[in-house]
Design a binder for this molecule. Sequence first.
Ligand SMILES: [Zn+2]
Length: 145
Amino acid sequence: MRFFNRLFKRTKSKEGNEAQGGTAAPIPQERERQVFCSGCFTVLPESNIHLIPCYNDTLRNYVTTYRCESCWLDGIDETRERIELAESSSDIELAAEFFKRHAVFIHEYLRGDPPEDVKRALLRLIDLLKTGGLKLRIGKTEQMQ
Ligand SMILES: [Zn+2]
């Protein structure tokens, strides 16, 4: 029996970390997430990525877009111009809903103020994104099944 245990333990220790007790090299738990820039199609660490709203013609809505340092300003300028030129209240509403999905609430929108007032608030939010006064974040990583 003793021989069997020795043999068994030796075999097990060769198999993997579990059998090595506390001596196994730690597996890094907090590896930075990698994000795909939809402007230039490169992959970068999350800390180098900006989350911005961009209008998607297919979905006819503002979507979250991940952009790298060299792509994000063009993207945000495009969005700002679109909001600035928006004439229908539904276009303004779509942009306000985008921010709401990111837990940024515009009181003027929620209480039903005129679209022009909501637009002013939206443009301010865009400017804050641009200057770093507002930073949108990617949600939690879902556990893989
Ligand atoms: Zn890019």
